[in-house]
Design a protein around this ligand. Structure first.
Ligand code: RUB
Length: 257
């Protein structure tokens, strides 16, 4: 299977993983014609996330693939270092989906005896990936269905999620918006771990609509819709953890101007 198909089918998923796999794929396509053709296919595979789009821009400006791969790594380390400062000892963190940026922060805070509540993240259940990765890192984790966030929210100290794009709203995995609203209702802070590569200045933007059969099999007469991401108003977000430090939503808006 090609990288493009792996991204489409979500064998490779999450904005950063998609960017890394795409850069490695493009390394094999040196010629300008072949490079442009592959770049177009990669960008179309999951159209909502902006990191790959911004990275393509860097490549066009003459940046080197290996440097960009290295930069994604160092950026993640810096986010982890800044983000762990927001996590208090014995904190219970609720997270959604599978975000490498979020997991880097959580792993960095491991010695503070933290615990994690991970949502299953229907319909593709990326929460299982998160839970497995945390177990491997020796961090206690509880997996819950998405609809249980209100039940567990009173126990939570903070909510931490990733981002596919930072626009006039936060774009992240479907379910982030109701999670953030619930957290606010319970007075719990919501943080986003996202590098400045997620700043989205694209004019054209769309939320990816995925196949209906990911939700359930056909039911006669029933329309099934499966948006992959949702848009959370910034008023529900306390701050964004970037490689440059912790930024308030208004700082993010300023960077987008
Ligand atoms: C993944 C998702 C992640 C962001 C950020 O959605 O919404 O929160 O992509 O990930 P999907 P990262 O599984 O549909 O790709 O922090 O790794 O860039």
């Amino acid at each position: 299977m090609s990288t493009v198909n792996d991204i489409k089918s979500m064998r490779i998923r999450g904005a950063s993983e998609i960017a890394i796999a795409s850069l490695k794929h493009l390394k094999k396509h040196g010629g300008k014609k072949s490079f442009n053709k592959e770049a177009k296919k990669l960008l179309a595979a999951r159209p909502t996330a902006v990191a790959l789009y911004n990275i393509m821009d860097e490549l066009r400006k003459g940046r080197n693939i290996n440097d960009l791969l290295e930069e994604i790594k160092t950026t993640t380390d810096k986010m982890a270092e800044h983000g762990q400062k927001l996590v208090k000892r014995n904190a219970i963190i609720m997270t959604h989906c599978h975000s490498s940026s979020t997991l880097a922060v959580i792993k960095k805070a491991r010695d503070k005896k933290i615990r994690v509540i991970a949502t299953m993240t229907e319909p593709r259940e990326q929460g299982k990936l998160t839970a497995r990765e945390l177990v491997k890192a020796g961090i206690p984790v509880t997996l819950i269905v998405d609809s249980a966030v209100g039940y567990f929210m009173p126990d939570v100290d903070l909510v931490l999620v990733g981002a596919d794009a930072l626009r006039n709203k936060l774009i992240n995995k479907i379910g982030t918006c109701p999670l953030a609203i619930t957290a606010n209702e319970f007075g719990k802070p919501v943080y986003v771990a996202a590098s400045t590569m997620k700043l989205d200045r694209r004019e054209k933007f769309k939320i990816e609509m995925r196949p209906a059969d990911e939700v359930c099999s056909k039911i006669a007469g029933v329309k099934i819709l499966n948006p992959a991401f949702d848009e959370t108003p910034w008023k529900y977000i306390r701050a964004v953890i970037t490689e440059e430090g912790i930024k308030k939503p208004k700082d993010i808006m300023r960077l987008l101007e």
